[in-house]
Design a protein around this ligand. Structure first.
Ligand code: ADP
Length: 296
């Protein structure tokens, strides 16, 4: 009942004592290769919770693509919408220093070749989904085509990450638009943003979405719609690695909305899922099952 349209990347991670400067070479740890990318992460997060989940994405006809397909299938995701070929699988080259700070170079690869035509070809999948969840690691024109092809009973959830200004037709289709502070500021651009999450949420609502969710890390989230605003707390946990927490939050929120939960209920559940995800290292491997969320 949840369709994720988005990116799939191989995360190539090397630990370093310090980052190399221009023209310099440093030695690092053994290479670790993990399945990642916001779309792939969201699909795995939802499926692990028990959601019937499908992924529309593009990978390369290569080993990284097979790694991503394997992790989707292991989580129980319907991968019939995963296209292969056209470019190498997207890659994130990640160096992590001893303080835990990372530097990342992303090569979108096949993600950049997920086109509006691919969305039209998968029209039945899009129209029949209760909730379609997407992000911006694929071309914006592809996200716009998703917005145009929604069924009468389907609802679009967009996490505009990495953020860029959005056209009115995309903003108007979002229910909700899910942003952190940085994404809120980029989407708002020159508009008066204010200092409080409530201010950003109101300013964002004025740009067209039917609802807005602002994620606030350990503070949880704020939901806003024409019906008003509400703060949703997270659970107090010991954070080990926040990688992929936002993706787990968005996926859980979309799934719960599809089961008929209110925006506030769905966000409260998603906050618990996000909290569970930060208690373990990694992205997809850190995602909880529904039983683990209930036990939190
Ligand atoms: P993003 O990674 O997109 O910036 P956040 O950091 O706001 O997103 O995390 C998404 C959600 O995960 C939060 O709304 C919250 O529910 C949960 N979360 C993130 N960090 C923590 C934390 N340190 N403690 C508890 N919950 C957290």
């Amino acid at each position: 009942d949840l369709l994720v349209v988005g990116s799939a990347n191989a995360d190539l991670v090397i630990g370093v004592q310090r980052r190399p400067g221009a023209g310099e070479t440093v030695l690092g740890t053994d290479l670790a290769v993990h399945p990642g990318g916001k779309g792939a992460n969201q699909a795995v997060a939802a499926a692990r919770l028990g959601a019937r989940t499908a992924l529309l994405a593009r990978v390369g006809d290569d080993d990284h693509g097979r790694l991503l397909l394997d992790s989707q299938r292991a989580a129980g995701v319907d991968t019939s919408g995963v296209l292969a070929g056209g470019a190498p699988t997207g890659v994130a080259l990640i160096t992590v220093d001893p303080s835990g700070d990372n530097s990342i170079v992303v090569s979108p690869g096949a993600n950049g070749r997920l086109t509006p035509e691919d969305v039209r070809a998968a029209r039945d999948l899009v129209r029949s989904a209760r909730v379609v969840s997407t992000q911006l690691e694929i071309p914006l024109e592809t996200v716009a085509e998703v917005a145009r092809n929604l069924g009468p009973g389907s609802r679009l959830v967009l996490n505009p990450s990495p953020p860029q200004p959005l056209p009115p037709e995309v903003l108007a289709a979002c229910d909700p638009l899910i942003v952190n502070e940085h994404e809120a500021r980029v989407i708002l651009g020159d508009r008066e943003a204010g200092e409080r999450p409530e201010d950003w949420a109101r300013a964002l609502l004025a740009t067209g979405p039917r609802s807005v969710v602002v994620t606030l890390g350990a503070e949880g989230a704020l939901v806003a719609s024409a019906a008003g605003e509400a703060r949703v707390p997270s659970v107090r946990v010991r954070a080990v690695d926040t990688t992929g927490a936002g993706d787990a939050f968005a996926a859980a929120l979309g799934w719960r909305l599809g089961t008929g939960a209110s925006l506030t209920e769905a966000a409260a559940y998603a906050a618990r899922v996000g909290a569970a995800a930060v208690t373990r290292p990694g992205a997809q491997v850190s995602y909880p099952t529904a039983a683990e969320v209930d036990a939190l």
